[in-house]
Design a protein around this ligand. Structure first.
Ligand code: IPE
Ligand code: IPE
Ligand code: MG
Length: 253
């Protein structure tokens, strides 16, 4: 691949040195079940409390000048959980749209959704559409909900879309580069995450934003998601600010 091709693939410019506040923060909100189990409560109670952390961190992003927040809310693999838990999580999304979207709209938040539509109940898909539509003209924080999302599934869909363009004669395979792939991802138009936070001490990506995290800084916070607050968030931001991002180059002097 040519250097030119590479530069083009980074068209949605990664954040370079000198920025202490990340432009885009992505979070794997993990540990709800353990939070509840530790208190002798059903796992669903952990999810309910997790929504409060979503409210806190959304406000905190706005206050800190972060432009994009992407939250891993339900993974493609979360369908393998017990049906009662899946049903509860779907109910929580309905409730979130009903209770929180009006307030987010007032705050100027623009909601985006990434993830597969297939498999979602029609009213869940409609709830997501409603949230996006209601907030589409807002100019504040871009809050992306990754719902029924899997990184491999997203890349597979992009490959399929590209193959269809080639089959229709609209695209010459020789011209396919990183930017072609980016254009076919659900995150197109957003900068890649500068910082990925995963709570609960687990240190894995669990199929989240696989393509987009090529040069993302990872911070693994020990705290469980329902306990994640401004203090824990600021600690993660401070860790990010202390990192030296090189993007494969050498440190600028
Ligand atoms: C994250 O918390 C929420 C979702 C995956 C929806 P978990 O439910 O994974 O909590 P733990 O990891 O079991 O503690
Ligand atoms: C990732 O957490 C998915 C979400 C936070 C929505 P999981 O709890 O599902 O991931 P694993 O199973 O521990 O890898
Ligand atoms: Mg988990």
């Amino acid at each position: 691949m040519t250097a030119k091709g590479e530069a083009k693939s980074l068209a949605v410019e990664p954040q370079k040195g000198g920025h202490t506040v990340p432009r885009h923060v992505a979070i794997i909100m993990d540990g709800n079940g353990r939070w509840a189990s530790a208190r002798g409560l059903p796992r669903t109670e952990g999810h309910r409390r997790g929504v409060e952390a979503v409210r806190r961190i959304t406000r905190a992003c706005d206050a800190r000048g972060i432009a994009y927040l992407t939250l891993f809310s339900f993974s493609s693999e979360n369908w393998t959980r017990p049906p009662e838990e899946v049903t509860y999580l779907m109910g929580l999304l309905r409730l979130f749209v009903r209770r929180d979207v009006a307030e987010l709209d007032r705050q100027g938040v623009r909601i985006k959704v990434i993830g597969a539509r297939e498999g979602l109940q029609p009213d869940i898909a409609a709830s997501l559409d409603e949230a996006v539509l209601k907030t589409k003209d807002n100019t504040g924080l871009v809050l992306t909900l990754a719902f029924n999302y899997g990184g491999r599934q997203e890349i597979t869909s992009a490959v399929q879309a590209i193959a269809e363009q080639v089959a229709r004669g609209e695209l010459d395979p020789k011209t396919v580069d990183s930017f072609t792939v980016e254009k076919n991802l659900s995150t197109f138009g957003m900068p890649d995450p500068d910082l990925l936070i995963r709570t609960s001490g687990e240190q894995r990506i669990s199929n989240f934003l696989l393509w987009q995290c090529a040069y993302t800084e990872f911070v693994f916070a020990p705290v469980l998601w329902p306990d994640f607050d401004e203090v824990a968030f600021d600690e993660a931001l401070a860790t990010y600010a202390s990192r030296d991002r090189r993007f494969g180059g050498v440190k600028a002097r």
